[in-house]
Design a protein around this ligand. Structure first.
Ligand SMILES: *Cc1c(COP(=O)(O)O)cnc(C)c1O
Length: 433
């Protein structure tokens, strides 16, 4: 056993882990591009972009350089009463790729807080208008983070059952997840819309906001829906006075093939929540972006109309500098091409998987995100992950879904190679050795 593993075991409590039954954690020494390396120098292809954050690969020299320079200049300043150029530059950059109406930026430091801020702002928007409403609407399977507000709107995702008694009231809509060659999609969407209409009939005037992961529900298993469905939902919602929150913590920054999923849907929400890919995985950072209308509703001579919320690391200059560097890389034509290339390679890989492995079902694809289910799932989950790690592939199934979510710097040959390995291994696991 490695020395690091011993020292880890003595002290560390890992997230999202049943420590009693989980396999040993793997100490990682360094990362470069699409690969992570352990203490013995063994390489692992990072097919999960290190918890979905690492969009440009590991150890990117430009992000590292930006961090170093910023650290020498200014590492932190209280963000109430003060400002700094990295924060301003980041907002200017984001304003350039977001819809024009989304122009007020509020900083926090992770995805859950970006969501928490949007929920609190939506709630206070209505109370500042003298029309308090406290009900929220969300989708079954939606995951929005692990703070109490974010868990409340994500209560139907299955991760938060232990905390149920703490949650505030929500109404949830069935999510019409779909995949390639799905013949029931119309029916599932019609059912979801009719459930939505029922909820609106009953509660329409008491709902402060709807929150959703547009196009892809990440944590509940890369469940995808059609853009036209989301558009219809928002158009239906907007016949009532209900604010719309797009949680693009996962789908933002090129993941779905566009800079943001909202582009495919053709909707401008009242809030967008950003985190994960925002710094390319280098630093924690969250942002909640909203409209001038929402912002204006907090302006008054009364302190209690202000948004009294902030975190010690709000607008951290190092995080902002990393995000500015990451955005610069994202906006290059080469990155756009790489994203398209990943999509094309996924398409071929999924076709091959379906042909070669009979237990593959529900193959689905959205931008750089490919996923499929295995029915039956070929191996116990810990053993499954270990087998792929042995092969040098970092895969982390969610339920019975397996997904491939590489950083954009992966080459077509590396991704094709991964599909070949996965197909060979799944065939072996599925019994035919
Ligand atoms: C990961 C995630 C969050 C929570 O972000 P954290 O940084 O883990 O707190 C919220 N919403 C979505 C859609 C996510 O994928």
């Amino acid at each position: 056993m490695s020395d690091l593993l011993d020292r880890d075991k003595a002290l560390i409590w890992h997230p999202f882990t049943q420590e009693e039954t989980a396999s040993d954690v793997l100490p990682i020494k360094r990362g470069k591009g699409a690969y992570l390396y352990d203490e013995n120098g063994k390489a692992y292809l990072d097919l999960v972009s290190s918890w979905w954050v690492n969009i440009h690969g590991h150890g990117h020299p430009e992000i590292a350089e930006a961090l170093y320079k910023q650290a020498l200049e200014l590492e932190h300043v209280i963000f109430a009463g003060f400002t700094h150029e990295p924060a301003i530059k980041l907002c200017e950059g984001l304003a350039g790729i977001l819809p024009e109406a989304l122009k007020r930026f509020f900083f926090s430091d992770n995805g859950s807080t970006a969501v928490e801020v949007a929920l609190k702002m939506a709630y206070q928007y209505w109370s500042n208008h003298g029309k308090p409403k406290k009900l929220f609407l969300s989708f079954e399977g939606g995951y929005h983070g692990d703070t109490v507000g974010a868990m409340s709107v994500g209560r139907a995702c299955g991760y938060h059952d232990a905390f149920e008694p703490l949650f505030f009231d929500i109404q949830s809509i069935p999510f019409p997840e779909t995949w390639q060659n799905d013949e029931q999609v119309e029916e599932k969407e019609a059912n979801a819309l009719s459930a939505l209409k029922q909820i609106l009939d009953l509660h329409g005037n008491n709902i402060a906001a709807i929150i959703l992961e547009p196009l892809v529900q990440g944590a509940s298993g890369m469940r995808m829906c059609r853009p036209s469905f989301v558009k219809t939902v928002v158009e239906t919602i907007r016949q009532y006075e209900i604010l719309v929150i797009f949680d693009e913590v996962f789908t933002g920054f090129g993941r779905t093939g566009n800079w943001f999923a909202l582009e495919q849907i053709g909707i401008v929400p009242d809030f967008i929540c950003l985190s994960k890919g925002i710094t390319g995985g280098a630093m924690p950072l969250g942002m909640t972006v909203t409209s001038e209308t929402v912002y204006q509703s907090f302006l008054s001579h009364e302190w209690q109309h202000a948004f009294i919320h902030g975190h010690s690391y709000t607008g951290n200059p190092l995080a902002c500098a990393a995000a500015v560097a990451s955005l610069d890389i994202l906006l290059r034509p080469e990155t756009r091409q790489a994203i398209e290339q990943i999509n094309a390679t996924h398409r071929l890989g999924l076709d091959l998987l379906r042909q070669e492995v009979s237990s593959v079902t529900q193959a689905r694809l959205q931008g750089t995100i490919a996923a499929f289910n295995m029915s039956p799932f070929p191996l116990e989950k810990e053993a499954f992950k270990a087998r792929f790690l042995q092969k040098g592939l970092m895969l982390r199934p969610l339920g019975s879904s397996i997904y491939l979510l590489p950083p954009y710097c992966i080459t077509p040959a590396e991704l094709e190679g991964a599909y070949q390995e996965i197909i060979a291994e799944l065939k072996r696991m599925s019994g035919n050795k």
